[in-house]
Design a protein around this ligand. Structure first.
Ligand code: 8OZ
Length: 364
């Protein structure tokens, strides 16, 4: 039994979607020299253009914002040119695509940082996690605490990256405020022990995320701006003592900025949905525009959350890796292909652009 709502058009701010299935951002580590997305990446996204909306893989706004090898950027002209080929190919097939803007903060390694410097963070607290650099998993480096005078520069890097995304032909941008990266490091007290205007209270910890979002919205239009958040996810070694209070406040403020959507990772990213108590309905009620729900949704759960008004759009992540035609498969109850875990991160076409459509496997 398939509820039809998932396959109906939807107006996401200024972006017209042909259905309510979103391709969630997925890190694939296949950028070329200069952190430029190449032809395979163009092909990969074009193959998935029947998604109502594609949210790209996380894309660094500066070299300082990079934390893993071979992830793409959006801060050089060559990167803008590379992404322009991607957006043209997706638009050619009738799809819509926004760029996810990323600063990893402390989830990095000196080998990726400008002049081999330390990664930056709200506080000099190393995360208990690893990153992937020089073809190996390595501990993240000890970060240094950002000086308060440096924060305006980071806000400006996000603003410039958003402008670059529009130059590259994107329909909008998503601020990456989730999964233990810079903006979440500020928001969550497990990573932020600052005593200035960016640490301590709920309001202070939210400040950088909100300044960045407001700057992006001012640059490209609130109706083309969204944000991803993960209130209770422990991803990348992070913790928060007061997620409900923190995210109720953040979402109230995001609504005041007027952005088009919040994209909420419910539970532990890529893991259990019920990892910690949290009232997502509270975020839903506080936010007057679009709520995109993510994390472990089956077709049935997606249909029931849309029917109950708990979400407007549903983002599917890993199923899109092995099923370029995920929308058509869900719509026709075709079986889903399984992902090969060995080819998720890095490499070439294998496990990237060579997953067939269902009609190619069934011979019909
Ligand atoms: C998997 C591997 C590396 C990065 C995220 C950008 O979790 C990521 C990511 C995921 O948001």
């Amino acid at each position: 039994m398939t509820d039809k709502t998932l396959f109906e058009p939807y107006a996401l701010g200024a972006i017209k979607l042909s259905n309510r299935i979103v391709m969630a951002p997925l890190t694939r580590n296949r950028a070329g020299a200069g952190f430029v997305p190449g032809d395979l990446t163009t092909q990969y996204y074009a193959q998935r253009a029947s998604a109502g909306l594609i949210i790209t893989e996380a894309t660094q706004i500066s070299q300082q914002g990079q934390g893993y090898q071979d992830t793409p950027g959006i801060y050089t002209q060559t990167q803008i040119d590379g992404w322009r080929r991607v957006t043209a190919a997706v638009h050619e097939k009738g799809g819509r695509i926004v760029l996810q803007l990323w600063h990893v903060g402390r989830i990095s390694n000196v080998d990726l940082q400008p002049n081999g410097g330390q990664p930056v963070a709200p506080s000099a607290i190393r995360a208990a996690t690893k990153t992937f650099v020089n073809n190996a998993f390595v501990d993240v480096s000890v970060p240094r605490a950002l000086e308060i005078e440096e924060l305006a520069g980071i806000v400006n890097d996000f603003r410039q990256a958003a402008a670059n995304a529009i130059k590259a032909g994107f329909d909008g941008v998503e601020v990456h405020g989730a999964n233990g990266y810079l903006l979440e490091q500020f928001a969550k007290d497990g990573a932020n022990v600052r005593t200035d205007a960016y640490g301590g209270s709920v309001e202070n910890r939210a400040r950088l995320m909100l300044e960045v979002t407001a700057a992006v919205a001012q640059e490209i239009g609130a109706e083309r701006t969204g944000i991803r958040i993960s209130p209770v996810s422990p991803a990348n070694g992070i913790s928060c003592s007061d997620p409900q209070a923190q995210y109720d406040y953040i979402v109230d403020q995001l609504d005041a900025i007027g952005i088009a959507y919040i994209h909420v990772v419910e539970g532990a990213t890529g893991g259990p949905r019920d990892v910690a108590p949290f009232d997502y309905g509270s975020l839903r009620r506080r936010f007057s525009k679009t709520y995109i729900a993510n994390n472990g949704y089956s077709l049935d759960l997606a249909a029931s959350h849309l029917a109950d008004g708990k979400a407007d759009l549903i983002a599917f992540g890993r199923p899109f890796i092995a099923n370029p035609d995920l929308v058509e498969r869900l719509q026709s109850s075709a079986p889903l292909a399984e992902i090969d875990p060995a080819t998720i991160y890095g490499g070439g076409a294998a496990g990237y652009t060579d997953y067939p459509r269902f009609t190619e496997t069934s011979g019909s």
